[in-house]
Unconditional design. Structure first.
Length: 267
């Protein structure tokens, strides 16, 4: 049996769902049940994606007792919490520790992450000798560069990301995918800035004023797993008095990297 594990930030759960729904050769899908898996499990239920939800301990026990030599292909999904990128070393530690935990039950591990503060750029090399039978791969664009982050991956890679950033450099601009549009509170920490929400909002508006932020870009990914994208963008824009623009994204990098690792471990 071949098992590919996708280790990802929760922000990319829609992109994972797209991969699952577009590969009919997957025989079994297992989601690591943890504090970050609730939303993706709900979405799987809504779109009819058959799966199992097991704890990491349960998965480890199954792998220890499994002598399955069949040609079945299993995809294992493990999501980590939002916002780890704000503490790069903490992010690196968490990702590396989780790789170690997933490796015994995996034929290969694909990270749905980018450089994320320049701490994950060497992850493939760091595990190459340590896990010779379980290749670890990270999102790379067509020029084989590790993508900067999830937005860079959705835009198509480093070159396109730089073009977009240059095109919006006149005004500070948030780039929101559907998942970002419902999770922005956790990134700007509006609810943690002050015990008084109204005062916290005023502080954030002042911060935007000082830093020159005045726009939110709706990044159309072509995915509809996260509901109310338009409404969420409008709510954010109205909250801070931002203008709204639209940009186009795609799933090309996620698809390419997934299929590359699948070919590597299945042949």
């Amino acid at each position: 049996m071949t098992v590919m594990s996708i280790l990802s930030c929760k922000i990319l759960e829609d992109e994972i769902l797209w991969v699952l729904e577009n590969d009919p050769s997957i025989d079994e899908i297992i989601v690591v049940e943890n504090e970050n898996s609730g939303d993706i499990l709900d979405k799987m239920g809504k779109c009819g994606c058959r799966h199992k939800a097991l704890s990491l301990d349960e998965i480890s026990k199954l792998s220890q007792n499994d002598g399955d030599e069949s040609e079945n292909y299993t995809l294992l999904v493990c999501l980590l919490e939002l916002g780890l990128h704000e503490w790069p070393e903490k992010l690196k530690t968490k990702v590396y520790e989780t790789i170690e935990m997933l490796a015994p039950c995996s034929s290969g591990i694909l990270l749905f992450y980018g450089l994320c503060g320049n701490v994950l750029g060497n992850v493939e090399e760091d595990f190459a000798s340590h896990l010779p039978d379980c290749p670890v791969r990270i999102l790379k664009d067509n020029s084989r560069k590790v993508v900067d982050d999830c937005i860079g991956a959705t835009l198509g890679g480093t070159e396109q990301y730089l073009k977009v950033l240059k095109s919006v450099s006149d005004v500070g601009t948030y780039l929101f995918t559907p998942m970002f549009s419902i999770a922005w509170n956790e990134f700007v920490h509006l609810d943690k800035l002050h015990k008084d929400p109204e005062k916290a909002l005023k502080m954030m508006k002042k911060t935007h004023e000082i830093t020159g932020y005045g726009r939110v870009a709706k990044l159309n990914t072509g995915l509809s797993y996260t509901e109310n994208f338009d409404d969420n963008i409008r709510e954010f824009a109205d909250t801070f008095g931002f203008e709204v623009m639209e940009l186009e994204g795609n799933q090309e990098i996620f698809d390419k990297c997934y299929r590359e690792l699948k070919t590597e471990i299945c042949t």
